[in-house]
Write a protein that binds this ligand. Structure first.
Ligand code: NAD
Ligand code: IPM
Ligand code: MN
Length: 359
């Protein structure tokens, strides 16, 4: 147990701080993980001219999983940093699912204050390899009055089918309710195609109740009636935007984890928070580590370490419910490390309790 080889890429800004806390928590519940840290980041880019070395993908390929902080920082344009590290890794390793659970955690104050945990428990299944995130396009007639830019979207049959089928499987395991994000009124080629794939695959899952909503209306539904939603499937861009919105509704970006999943398991999956490097609070030691800690729990769950994952999840809930140790985003004055330590201590307590119960 615990003899995993995990690559960490703490990255930039608060990514470094929250990753340290999450590693601390995992080490307490699953001793023996072999961590290898790669300092690939914007700082590395400024030093070497590359976000990661040319053989970066090869160097990561043999790990059991990748644990990533956040990438991107002022000083390096975002399209350079993200297309130099995060996005190529998602694609090279076939991580076509971006799984983003959104829950109202105990003791946290939702933007929707009268909602309870039962009302706000969503799973966003985001397409993670194509769609609106495409390199096809370019600027034409630059500098001239007739200058224009094209940015193409790519929706392949394979890409749509596999993510939609994955979402149906998750919905079948959970509440049997799946909502697809569309925008067929505005995007007249890609979204009617996405919808047709959704409808075809829906026929294979008669037990799953489906909804198809335009993404703008769905954004409003997440705020107004989150209780009427459970699993949500969306294209790369729609899933991205909806996941920040949904995280904010639960009480903040510091709480929402994310998994870049390779369902075939023929390459490492990669776990990270939904949030970014938060340059506005970087270096202050006050970032909320919960999202990254929960991403660590998702990673252990993916590796089959169900007890350790559950201990971390429960520890986060217990510490938040107790309320004594909170970072400023949750209305407290604790530091990143103080909250990380509180979760680590509680997680260690819970795992030793369950170890005792087994003997
Ligand atoms: P962001 O998620 O970094 O920050 C948005 C807001 O949320 C900020 O006010 C920030 O202080 C707050 N916030 C985020 N995480 C928090 C935490 N754990 N605790 C407390 N407050 C938190 O989004 P941004 O400012 O748009 O992006 C900053 C950089 O991060 C950009 O370079 C962006 O491209 C990059 N980014 C990277 C990833 C990733 O690597 N996974 C994800 C999103 C954004
Ligand atoms: C995320 C991020 C990334 C994305 C950016 C940084 C490219 O916002 O993981 O949500 O849009 O995929
Ligand atoms: Mn995002």
């Amino acid at each position: 147990m615990g003899n995993y080889r995990i690559a960490t890429i703490p990255g930039d800004g608060i990514g470094v701080d929250v990753t340290a806390e999450a590693v601390k928590v995992i080490d307490r519940v699953l001793p023996g993980v072999a961590w290898t840290t790669f300092d690939w980041s914007c700082e590395n880019y400024l030093r070497t001219g590359a976000m990661m070395p040319a053989d970066g993908v090869e160097r990561l390929a043999g790990f059991d999983a990748i644990f990533l902080g956040a990438v991107g920082f002022p000083g390096v344009p975002d399209h350079v940093s993200l297309w130099g590290l995060l996005i190529p890794l998602r694609r090279a390793f076939g991580q076509y699912v971006n799984l983003r659970p959104v829950r109202l955690l105990p003791g946290t104050e939702s933007a929707l204050r009268d909602r309870t945990a039962a009302d706000l428990d969503l799973l966003i299944v985001r397409e993670n390899s194509e769609g609106e995130y495409s390199e096809i396009g370019g600027i034409h007639n630059p500098g001239r009055p007739d200058e224009f830019v094209l940015q193409e979207s790519v929706f392949t049959r394979t890409g749509c089918e596999r993510i939609i089928r994955y979402a149906f499987e998750r919905a079948a395991e959970r509440s049997g309710l799946l909502c697809s994000a569309t925008k067929s009124n505005g995007l007249i080629h890609s979204m009617p195609y996405w919808d047709s794939v959704f409808e075809r695959i829906a026929a294979e899952y008669p037990a799953v109740r489906t909804r198809q909503m335009h993404v703008d209306a769905l954004a409003a539904e997440i705020v107004l009636h989150p209780d009427r939603l459970d699993v949500i499937v969306g294209s790369n861009l729609f899933g991205d935007i909806l996941s920040d919105l949904a995280a904010a509704v639960t009480g903040g970006l510091g709480l929402a984890p994310s998994g870049n999943i390779n369902p075939a398991r023929d390459a490492p999956s990669m776990f990270e928070a939904v949030h970014g490097s938060a340059p506005d609070i970087a270096g202050l030691g006050i970032a909320d580590p919960v999202a990254q800690i929960l991403a660590g729990a998702m990673m252990l769950e993916h590796l089959g370490e169900h007890a350790a994952a559950a201990a971390i999840d429960r520890a986060v809930c217990d510490v938040l419910a107790d309320g004594a140790v909170r970072t400023p985003d949750l209305g407290g004055s604790a530091t990143t490390a103080e909250l990380g330590t509180a979760v680590a201590d509680r997680a260690a307590e819970l795992s030793s309790d369950s170890a005792t119960a087994r003997t």
